[in-house]
Ligand binder design. Structure first.
Ligand code: RB5
Length: 148
């Protein structure tokens, strides 16, 4: 079965996004790249909102967002009901964000981490399953607390 994923960036994440796309393709993912497609200045909330819609509509299970720090993308993504985004610069957080928080969006900062660490984080995040058990009710508590 082919795995598929959606990815997006702003101008400050463009270079790292291309490296991550290459890596995902090597791992046999079908990748939809929603832009941006160059380093001209752009607004990260627009890309984050566009990507999150593709997840809440169930077109994709998971997505990756890259900006300068990963912070703006993760803030914007976490405003969308049903999205649990993590900005990650270490492999342990990547693992636990999947096991305990069932994160569905991974954010990176191109100005923060290097290509090889980002790829390691990506691999762990993609391959780690949600543990459900006691964690599911906590996620539902978060969903219930969001103002419509
Ligand atoms: C763009 O300069 C930068 O602010 C953006 O990529 C991101 O880091 C915001 O959080």
């Amino acid at each position: 079965m082919n795995k598929k994923i959606v990815i997006g960036c702003d101008h400050a994440g463009f270079i790292l996004k291309n490296k991550i796309i290459e890596f995902l393709k090597e791992k046999n993912y079908i990748v939809e790249d929603i832009g941006c497609y160059n380093t001209d200045s752009t607004d990260y909330p627009l890309i984050a909102q566009q990507l999150c819609k593709k997840i809440t509509s169930k077109e994709y299970e998971k997505g990756i967002l890259i900006c300068g720090t990963g912070i703006g993308m993760s803030i914007a993504a976490n405003k969308v009901k049903g999205i649990r985004a993590v900005v990650c610069s270490d492999t342990t957080s990547a693992k636990f964000s999947r096991q305990h928080n069932n994160t569905n969006v991974l954010c990176f900062g191109q100005r923060i981490i290097g290509e090889y660490l980002a790829k390691d984080i990506c691999e762990i995040w993609l391959d780690t399953e949600f543990q459900k058990e006691r964690h599911l009710k906590r996620i539902l508590m978060i969903e219930d607390s969001i103002d419509e």
